[in-house]
Design a protein around this ligand. Sequence first.
Ligand code: PEP
Length: 249
Amino acid sequence: MRRGLIGGNWKMNGSREFVAAFASRWTELHATPVDDVFICPPIGLFDALSRALPHVVLGAQNVYLEASGAYTGEHSADMVSDLGARFALVGHSERRQLFGEDDSTVAGKFLASQRAGVTPVLCVGETLDERRAGAAADVVARQIDAVVAAAGIGAFNDAVVAYEPVWAIGTGETATPAEAQEMHEMIRERLTKSDQNVGDAIRILYGGSVKADNAALLFAEPDIDGGLVGGASLDAAELNTIRQSLPEH
Ligand code: PEP
């Protein structure tokens, strides 16, 4: 039985004042700390969030592939680990599209995260053109295979996959539960072909305009193990409702 997981990706949003308000609302909603939600604030807000919510599970939105050196503006996986991150997004579509990250860079970041003891959340997904061309499954399979080739299937014992169709991210458009399930099943089968245990155990999150009112139907699908939530994760109450839509709640 895979345990559900929710990631909140704040992207480049927030301030110390915002963190204080979020934390106070989150504390009102949770009498005890929760460990099935991780939040990825901008690096500059890690400290404020972990002081305001000492038990929060932190994730990084990105890491660089080298451990240290002359890489102005970057943060290594060791650095985000030192700041308390337990997860790191790698290959988010905004990184792939806006910052030119290719499959080999993403694989490098996946490996760097694991070397630092940070669980990578490998983000994959097709663009609208790729979906319209009937290439969605091929594109996502290629993105998965590139990391399996570089890291080995065993590395997926300590990893999470997030299927995020690019056309559904930040657009308000969501894949239907059936569309998402089809892709999640394909991803799981692909990993299962290399290692049955890995395929059975790996958590595959859906991302793309997950909201309080569509989460339960998505999470009811057999291969959708939770969500990676962007915009809606900035609202503590909505993020909590999404969490409560996990089947075990
Ligand atoms: C994301 O940033 O990974 C995401 C899915 O964003 P949104 O929920 O806003 O579509």
